[in-house]
Design a protein around this ligand. Structure first.
Ligand SMILES: [Zn+2]
Length: 54
């Protein structure tokens, strides 16, 4: 776990869906302590297929 990254990148308590997705995308690049939840992955895939989804 990349503790330094986590210390600098706290998930907001009331993060929106977009903020959560952004957080996980950045997280994946710096740390692998946990994967993106499937519910978010679904939205990310939809976002890539159709930019108007989010
Ligand atoms: Zn992590």
């Amino acid at each position: 776990m990349n503790k330094e990254w986590h210390a600098k990148n706290k998930m907001p308590e009331k993060a929106t869906l977009k903020e959560r997705i952004d957080w996980h995308v950045r997280h994946q690049k710096s740390c692998a302590c946990r994967g993106m939840p499937k519910s978010l992955l679904k939205h990310l895939t939809a976002k890539r297929a159709n930019r108007t989804v989010l």
